[in-house]
Design a protein around this ligand. Structure first.
Ligand code: HEM
Length: 187
């Protein structure tokens, strides 16, 4: 994956746990003490190793690290250089979720080697939908849960998710997503 991702993992760890924690995690993951370059490709293994090392150093399951990172990613891209792309993707949670593939297609204009996941939406009601998540990479459903929670914060709604693995011809993860406007926040 592009260095942008590892760089954001580093940003999350440094801001939440400090520089010493980051040094331990980076060392445990076997990565050199060099800055990540956003536009350069790194192996997926380096990212999985970082998550594994963070899990071991911080004493939290890998799923919790991925979820935390998903929440952080929405904030990070909303603020740092990608805010226009995020804004263009939608003004409400369901609109945004319907536009995820289009958003990554736009990201691909700047990151030509991007190998993004694919999402589709079904079973929409005024307060729920089903999000289908297709990826070539295993084990990232908890990341999507965190992304959905982060998007909930972005749109000031409380989000509930229920994850299901779908096997068969096109294996994927299915998220039953519900949302409620936060108390005190105008709809
Ligand atoms: C403008 C904001 C965003 C940018 C710049 C961006 C960019 C990226 C990049 C660079 C990757 C790594 C893939 C690669 O390098 O081949 C990635 C992966 C991913 N993105 Fe985005 N993304 C954005 C927003 C989102 C949002 C809001 C979601 C919410 C669902 C999302 C879901 C994912 C997931 C789940 C992956 C993991 C890879 C996989 O599943 O195979 N992204 N994205």
């Amino acid at each position: 994956m592009y260095g942008l991702i590892n760089k954001a993992v580093e940003g999350l760890v440094r801001s939440k746990f400090g520089d010493a924690a980051w040094d331990k995690i980076r060392t445990r993951a076997g990565l050199p003490d060099e800055p990540f370059i956003s536009m350069e490709m790194y192996t997926d293994k380096s990212t999985y190793d970082l998550v594994g090392a963070a899990s071991a150093e911080l004493g939290a399951p890998a799923e919790a690290i991925l979820e935390e990172f998903g929440m952080y990613w929405v904030k990070y891209t909303g603020e740092a250089g990608y805010s226009e792309l995020m804004k263009a993707a939608g003004k409400t949670l369901p609109e945004f979720l319907r536009n995820l593939d289009q958003m990554h297609t736009r990201v691909k204009l700047s990151f030509p080697q991007l190998n993004p996941p694919s999402f589709s939406v079904s079973d929409e009601t005024p307060s729920s939908l089903v999000l289908h998540y297709y990826s070539a990479r295993p084990g990232l459903a908890p990341l999507v849960v965190g992304l959905l929670r982060g998007l909930g914060d972005r749109f000031s709604v409380d989000v509930t998710t229920k994850t299901e693995r779908v096997e068969g011809a096109r294996p994927h993860d299915r998220f039953h997503v519900g949302w409620k406007t936060r108390v005190g926040v105008p709809a």
